[in-house]
Design a protein around this ligand. Structure first.
Ligand code: C2O
Ligand code: CU
Ligand code: CU
Length: 487
């Protein structure tokens, strides 16, 4: 199999006037699955989850049996236009049910892709058509929400990029979809998604991290370019803290939403938890021919590893100098918060190994959410999966009246880190451990460290039953999830 030199480098010039088909073709090493354009809204982009194989370990290495969208891992990059209707017809080629969830997109509840909550799972050989108009430009992603640990863990995830109406001034748009795999040396996936021990601890953390579907020894770059690097953490459980040696990266957007004030990450470490996205400004300040390491030291010590190397080509600098000011990303039309009379609720994350459940003193168990001091349900606390999937019988934890602002205090009483995700909304993280954020960020997934308390708020303008859960998938699957109703 031949791999193009830069399958994951996409030239902005090529993308500017291009619909989905061109972007997909540029991305793909296998143009046979080239997709038809969807941005006009006339045709639907077809997504077909099915078993397949992928060269996760690189070319010339043993291949891995995976579950893929349109034969690719990660799935095809969907490039949408802000405020333009999008439609996707999903044909299920798996032997089990699936759904597609459009993570981070503010969309109608019926299009949210949550089995037994917003739709029935798409049966094997069945189809379902999703349709929505993305209000926000930015970096989002899609993944199944049925049997998520197994389906996403076998590769089903893809980037969804919503392009600005006016493209910002970057020379190049670079995308890294990060996935984590637990592989045998022969390339096969270790069995056992969703095991009890993984669920009670940090989740399934693997031994191979891929960028856009394969291990990369290097990423070729040209000197003198201003790059927008979009990072998508599509891992089941792995947190990352990336360091770009020799480069000063600037955070431009978090979870698809531009930050008010671009900033250099603390200590030069770009923290990205499962499900989160970070858009970075990366100026290629190195000399032609030079190399720089990108390392991930989230877990520290012996668990620090080299993710890849920035490998400069010998081409001369594109621009002799780059402007000091970062380009401006326009804020998205997220409704303004009215914090004068919010609806307040308090949620507590409890359980897990060494957690102790509400005085029960358990040493080991699933994790759950308590609302306003009461457990949400037995199954939510102990993480028993119902016969029809994870949302079976789950009642909303509370209802926020449409039009009000919700102000949620979320406390983590466990010994584990949790990236907590709310569907259908971008919420504002107002404070952490009582300390108000100087520039509050809009997020759809917020990290809670052990014993941390975070307050966040959102204007409840979009009715529906919205999942709120941990995005360490094994935590979600064993009870660290609930539903917030807006009605
Ligand atoms: Cu990526 Cu329920 O979400
Ligand atoms: Cu989501
Ligand atoms: Cu968790």
């Amino acid at each position: 199999m031949s791999v193009p030199a830069l399958p994951f480098l996409m030239r902005r010039t090529a993308l500017r006037g291009a619909g989905l088909s061109v972007a997909a073709a540029l991305w793909s090493a296998t143009p046979r699955t080239r997709a038809s354009a969807a941005s006009a809204g006339a045709s639907a982009y077809s997504l077909e989850p099915a078993p397949g194989t992928a060269a996760l370990l690189g070319t010339g290495q043993p291949h891995t049996s995976v579950w893929a969208y349109n034969t690719r891992v990660p799935g095809p990059v969907l490039r949408l236009r802000q405020s333009e209707p999008f439609r996707s017809i999903v044909r299920n080629g798996l032997a089990e049910g699936t759904t597609v969830h459009w993570h981070g997109i503010r969309l109608p509840n019926a299009m949210d892709g949550v089995p037994f909550l917003t739709q029935k799972p798409i049966a094997p050989n069945g189809t379902f058509t999703y349709a929505f108009t993305p209000p926000d430009a930015g970096t989002f992603w899609y993944h199944p929400h049925e049997h998520t640990a197994a389906e996403m863990g076998r590769g089903m995830a893809g980037a969804l990029i919503v392009e600005e109406i006016e493209p910002p001034a970057f020379d190049r748009d670079l995308l890294w979809v990060l996935q984590d795999w637990e592989l045998e040396p022969n390339g096969s996936l270790l069995p056992g998604f969703d095991t009890f021990m993984q669920a009670a601890m940090a989740g399934r953390i693997g031994n191979v991290v891929t960028i856009n579907g394969s291990r990369r020894t290097d990423v070729p770059l040209r000197a003198g370019e201003r790059i927008r690097l979009r990072l998508v953490n599509a891992c089941l459980a792995r947190f990352m803290a990336l360091r770009f040696a020799g480069h000063r990266v600037v955070v431009m957007a978090l979870d698809g939403q531009p930050v008010t004030q671009p900033f250099a990450p603390a200590g030069g470490r770009v923290l990205i938890a499962p499900a989160q996205r970070v858009d970075l400004l990366l100026d290629t300040v190195g000399d032609p021919g030079s190399r720089y390491q990108v390392t991930d030291d989230f877990y520290g010590g012996r668990l620090t590893y080299r993710l890849t190397e920035l490998a400069y080509t010998n081409q001369p600098r594109l621009h002799p100098r780059l402007p000091a000011q970062p380009p401006i990303l326009k804020p998205n039309p997220v409704p303004i918060l009215d914090l004068r009379a919010p609806v307040r609720h308090r949620l507590t994350i409890v359980g897990g190994m060494m957690g102790g459940m509400g005085g029960g003193g358990s040493m080991m168990g699933g994790m759950g959410i308590m609302a306003d001091g009461k457990p949400t349900s037995t199954s939510a606390i102990w993480g028993i999966r119902g016969p029809h999937g994870m949302n079976d019988g789950m009642e909303p934890i509370f209802t926020i009246p449409v039009g009000r602002t919700a102000l949620i205090t979320l406390e983590n009483q466990t010994r584990w880190w949790h990236p907590m995700h709310l569907h259908g909304y971008s919420f504002t993280v107002l404070s952490r451990n009582g300390v108000a954020a100087r520039y509050p960020h809009l997020r759809d997934t917020v990290v809670l460290r052990p014993n941390e308390t975070v307050t966040f708020a959102f204007a409840a303008d979009n009715p529906g039953n919205w999942m709120f859960h941990c995005h360490v998938i094994e935590h979600q699957a064993t009870g660290l999830m609930t539903v917030i109703r807006v009605a």
